[in-house]
Structure formats: structure tokens, C-alpha cells
Design a protein around this ligand. Structure first.
Ligand SMILES: Nc1ncnc2c1ncn2[C@@H]1O[C@H](COP(=O)(O)OP(=O)(O)OP(=O)(O)O)[C@@H](O)[C@H]1O
Length: 180
């Protein structure tokens, strides 16, 4: 089975994807590395611009019918049997990306994407089997146990569990509202 682990940059995809692969005995795949190895997309500045359909072709060709965890913020756009969308309080996303030295603009862009559920909405557009997990305040182990608990119960769809508009006031400091 192909399981895609996606979500806003900084949400904890790689941490959770590696642990989930280990617990399930699945192959772990870094989607960005996979794309580069297959010559999909081109590096523009510090960004890798990827042609989604081309990447999806290689993912299907290489992993269809295999047990794989796909790690990447585009993985929910790939041909997956199950999608896991990780969520995190947008202010924690802001803190993590600040620690990474992201620009104020990049931080704001990603905090806003988390605030308005961009990855979740895209995943639901593409796939029926989407499980949303709020990782806020949970350890990686707790997040993986929650995912395994749902999958073991045969639950393939669980969405609509967070609404960050409730914490909008806490998020404002991370948004580039003035456009400066
Ligand atoms: N559940 C967690 N609790 C505390 N810290 C976490 C948790 N999950 C991940 N982190 C930390 O958050 C940071 C980002 O984690 P990670 O690199 O897994 O995120 P990501 O979503 O893969 O990011 P990117 O999309 O940029 O690759 C790392 O420093 C990681 O150690």
C-alpha cells in the first residue's frame, strides 16, 4: 500500500513518516529526493519546481502495489492508497520555520497555508482515503500510535478535526499582513 504523509512545511512529516515506515516495515521515500533522482522538475533559486503529473507517473511506475511511505508536502497529490495529513498549531509552524531561518515572507506563506487548511483541502479533492491528525502537543510516537490505531480499525477517512480560525489572534504575529 502507498501511504502519503503530507502537510505544511515544518509540520513534522519527515519525523512521522520515518517512524511510521519503521513501525509498519514499509519503505521510506523522500519525495523531493525521488523527484531529483528521476530528473523531474528543476531547481529555481532555493526552490525545486516539480511537474506533478510527471512525478505521479514515476511514483505509480515505481511503487504501485508496494508498501511505501511517501514523505513530502506534495505527496497528497501522488497516486496513494491512503493519505495522512498532519496538522499543527500555525504558531508552532511559525516558530519552527523561524528556527530554520526562513524569511518572514516564507514563514507567513506557510503559516497562512496551515491556517486555511491548504494541504487538507487539496488532499480531499484528490483522494477519498484521507486521515487528518492534529500533532499539536503530541510526541512523534503519540502521532504514529494514533495513525496506526485508526488504520488498524480500518478507518480510512477522518477529516475536519481542526479549525485554526479559533486561534487566529495567536497566529497574527506570524502573518505578513502589512506586506512589508
Ligand atoms: N511531534 C513533534 N514534537 C516536537 N517536535 C517535532 C515533532 N515532529 C517534528 N518535530 C520537529 O519539528 C521540526 C520539523 O520536523 P520535520 O522536518 O519532520 O518536518 P517536515 O514537515 O518534514 O518539514 P519539511 O516539510 O520542511 O521537510 C524538526 O526539528 C523536528 O524535530
Amino acid at each position: 500500500m502507498i501511504i502519503a504523509v503530507s502537510g505544511t512545511p515544518g509540520v513534522g512529516k519527515t519525523t512521522v513518516a520515518k517512524l511510521l515506515a519503521e513501525k509498519l516495515g514499509y519503505k521510506y521515500v523522500d519525495l523531493k529526493k525521488f523527484a531529483i533522482e528521476h530528473g523531474v522538475g528543476e531547481v529555481k533559486g532555493d526552490e525545486l519546481e516539480i511537474e506533478i503529473d510527471e512525478l505521479a507517473y514515476f511514483v505509480e511506475k515505481e511503487f504501485k502495489g508496494k508498501d511505501v511511505i511517501l514523505d513530502g508536502h506534495l505527496s497528497h497529490l501522488m497516486p496513494a492508497d491512503q493519505v495522512i495529513i498532519l496538522r499543527l498549531h500555525p504558531k508552532v509552524i511559525g516558530e519552527r520555520l523561524k528556527e530554520r531561518g526562513y524569511s518572514r515572507e516564507k514563514i507567513s506563506e506557510n503559516v497562512e497555508a496551515e491556517l486555511v487548511d491548504v494541504c487538507l483541502v487539496e488532499a480531499i479533492d484528490e483522494h477519498e482515503n484521507v486521515i487528518e491528525v492534529d500533532t499539536t502537543g503530541k510526541t512523534p510516537d503519540q502521532v504514529v500510535e494514533e495513525i496506526l490505531g485508526l488504520l488498524n480499525k480500518g478507518i480510512k477517512k477522518r477529516v475536519g478535526i481542526v479549525d485554526w480560525t479559533q486561534v487566529y489572534d495567536e497566529v497574527i504575529p506570524y502573518l505578513n499582513l502589512g506586506g512589508e
